[in-house]
Design a protein. Structure first.
Length: 98
């Protein structure tokens, strides 16, 4: 007669098989934890390096932008009384003379 536990098909009759199942299960859980930790470390390192590269690029862009703003002379706003002088010439007259 075969005895089974309440957990679907786990045999109670063979203690060596039970120990083997426990050892293999513990090794699988341990391997999953170790591999998960190393995957987390690798992913965290990649994210940190990418964040540093993006931060350095933003800093460099802001630095060049500030230096361009300092070196460029300030535009003088025109007051309403000033005029801009210039010459013009009519190239073609397409209007009908009436």
């Amino acid at each position: 007669m075969k005895y089974t536990a309440m957990n679907r098909g786990v045999s109670i009759g063979n203690p060596i098989a039970n120990i083997f199942v426990i050892v293999v299960g513990a090794l699988a859980i341990g391997a999953s934890i170790v591999l998960g930790f190393f995957a987390l470390v690798v992913l965290g390192s990649i994210i940190t390096v990418l964040a540093a590269i993006i931060g350095l690029r933003v800093w460099w862009f802001n630095r060049t932008l500030r230096s361009q703003m300092k070196s460029k002379p300030a535009r003088r706003e025109q007051s309403p009384g000033e005029f801009i002088e210039g010459d013009y010439r009519i190239v073609a007259d397409d209007r009908d003379d009436e």
